[in-house]
Design a protein around this ligand. Structure first.
Ligand code: NAP
Length: 261
């Protein structure tokens, strides 16, 4: 099962840390050639080195998803170093908190430019190489925040993550004739470096609100992305998969409190 990833060229944006790093590591462990993309070259290099020391294939790439020129350079690098593009994991994203009363137009633009426009630019840049191969897999990292839930301080983030799904559904139709699928993973609260700044009390409250009573791991997301990226998932497009330990299920605090102990 899912052996089709071996030898494939995979681009992961936002792969120097967190979920993207986990996706890159898991795909490389299955034999993929992974382009590890982040703005900070040193961090991308360090993540690629870790993959290589574990016996995998990885190339670092410093690129900003908000820049069309960078995304085109990223795609060209994957073609040049790894022989084409089979899979794009459009994962890079930011989540700086700001409540509506304090949020500036610049903060709104930064989040939408990175999370939503960045997804579009990464996808657009990879299309010529995927069309040339006659197949492709695009896996977008969305979130439960926006498409399903809300969270004070993250209205811009929620809009960007819901927007990714609207983009995905139309892209999936446009790209279906090219044998390119577009799907999205929707993580709940995943333990990454990006959450470290929120502090231990906040993280404890977050895990308490999950029926499985733990935050997700980056591997929990990576294996779902791996499924969407596989040949076995060829007939699935425009779909989402929630990976959240049951976080969106309880209809009330009582529902959480009355779980079996
Ligand atoms: P993270 O630990 O903060 O890592 C973010 C990664 O994205 C880093 O590699 C960062 O590297 C890169 N990045 C940020 N801005 C970029 C840009 N403009 N261009 C290229 N790379 C950029 O974040 P994470 O928690 O793993 O989140 C990754 C994705 O999962 C995001 O899309 C996020 O919305 C989504 N998500 C996360 C959670 C969660 O609980 N952690 C839940 C739901 C969804 P540089 O800074 O060097 O560029």
């Amino acid at each position: 099962m899912l052996t089709s990833i071996a030898g494939r060229s995979v681009i992961v944006t936002g792969a120097s840390k967190g979920i993207g790093k986990g996706i890159a590591r898991v795909f490389a462990s299955k034999g993929a050639k992974v382009l590890v993309v982040a703005r900070d070259l040193k961090a991308a290099q360090a993540a690629a080195d870790q993959i290589k020391s574990a016996g995998g294939q990885a190339t670092p790439c410093a690129a900003d998803v908000t820049s069309q020129a960078d995304m085109e350079r990223m795609a060209a690098m994957a073609v040049d170093k790894h022989g084409g593009i089979d899979v794009l994991c459009a994962n890079a994203g930011i989540f700086p908190a700001a409540k509506l009363k304090d949020m500036t137009a610049e903060q709104w633009d930064e989040v939408l430019n990175t999370n939503l426009k960045g997804t579009f630019l990464a996808v657009k840049a990879c299309l010529p190489a995927m069309k040339k191969k006659g197949r492709g897999r695009i896996v977008i990292t969305s979130s439960i925040t926006g498409p399903i839930t809300g969270s004070p301080g993250w209205s811009h983030y929620a809009a960007s993550k819901a927007g990714q799904l609207g983009f995905m559904r139309t892209a999936a139709i446009e790209l279906a004739p090219h044998n390119i699928t577009v799907n999205a993973v929707m993580p709940g609260n995943i333990k990454t470096e990006g959450l470290d700044g929120l502090g231990p009390d906040y993280l404890k409250k977050m895990s308490d609100s999950v029926p499985q009573k733990r935050l997700g791991s980056v591997e929990d997301i990576a294996y779902s992305a791996l499924f969407f990226a596989s040949d076995e998932a060829a007939y699935i497009t425009g779909q989402t998969l929630v990976i959240d330990g049951g976080q969106v299920l309880p209809e009330s605090l009582t529902a959480l409190e009355e779980m079996d102990s």
